[in-house]
Design a protein around this ligand. Structure first.
Ligand code: SAM
Length: 280
């Protein structure tokens, strides 16, 4: 669609005013650190690519800064938010966007999002660290591939973001890297300084962008998950030790031609999938 035809969002009051008017003092228990800088929010909303007419699933919209940016980019947004205090502010955004925002009140970990949003959505979220990692593992897992989502744009603590995009032979490389890279492409899209958040968290953040790719043939996700859990569960040990308890793993090392004296962090993603294929 030509930008001139974009549905648009009617002017809304500054987020600071919205937060004050609706009494949205940040709750530590809900991991609330809000982003208020509209330029930064627009940059994040551009990470998935052009969103005009695209469907977006946003987790944890809070007062709706990122939600506004996504709607301004022309998206149709379904958002799930746990904190009901945010609902009136989100209703105002829905109104201003001509009904392009649907809000589900609830826990993102408890809903069947694929059933709610359907196929081909872009997922965008700025979540508390533990919730974000749990959802990421869920979205990257499962036997069904390609998944219901078209892209993931997720804010994490920088250290977690670095683990997701890590390469072998680094201390950041582990289960999360293999899970994120064996049938997806994961990149660090932007770094975000802690001072961009209100209140500022203790650590720096970063946005990770993940796109699904073709899955290697004959590899079960469940097998790869068991394999990486065992291998990185004792990452300092040789594979012959760390994989000992996994039935068939030592034979699989042999068949795949991987030296059992190596340690998990030296295996690249292709070697892990080759091993999982032998085990599957
Ligand atoms: N997206 C907003 C922004 O960027 O300013 C808010 C970000 S804040 C870090 C995280 C948001 O996720 C909060 O609004 C919080 O209430 C919400 N949240 C936390 N846990 C959640 C869960 N399990 N399900 C849905 N929302 C959750």
């Amino acid at each position: 669609m030509h930008p001139a035809h974009r549905p648009g969002v009617k002017p809304l009051p500054p987020l600071r005013d919205v937060i004050a008017r609706h009494g949205l003092s940040a709750s530590k228990a809900l991991g609330q650190n809000f982003l208020l800088d509209s330029q930064l929010l627009s940059r994040i909303a551009r990470v998935p690519g052009p969103l005009d007419g695209e469907r977006v699933y946003e987790v944890g919209p809070g007062p709706g800064g990122l939600t506004r940016a996504l709607l301004e980019a022309g998206a149709l947004v379904t958002a799930v938010e746990r904190d009901r205090r945010c609902l009136p502010a989100l209703a105002e955004i829905d109104e201003a966007s001509g009904g392009r925002l649907r809000v589900i009140e609830g826990d993102a970990l408890a809903i069947d999002e694929a059933a709610e949003v359907g196929e081909g959505v872009h997922i965008v979220a700025n979540l508390p660290y533990n919730v974000g990692t749990a959802l990421l593992v869920r979205w990257l897992g499962g036997e069904r591939w390609p998944p219901f989502w078209r892209s993931l744009t997720l804010m994490f603590q920088r250290e977690v973001a670095e683990r997701i995009v890590a390469k072998p032979d680094t201390s950041a490389y582990g289960r999360l890297a293999v899970l994120a890279q064996w049938r997806s492409e994961a990149r660090l899209a932007m770094k975000v300084h802690r001072s961009a958040f209100v209140p500022p968290p203790k650590v720096m953040s970063a946005v990770v962008h993940i796109l699904p790719q073709r899955a290697p043939e004959d590899v079960r996700a469940a097998t790869l998950e068991r394999l990486t859990a065992a291998a990185f569960g004792q990452r300092r040990k040789m594979l012959r030790q760390s994989l000992k308890a996994l039935p068939g793993a030592l034979e699989a090392l042999d068949i795949a031609g991987i030296d059992s004296a190596r340690r998990a962090e030296t295996l690249d993603v292709a070697e892990f999938t080759a091993l999982a294929r032998c085990l599957s």
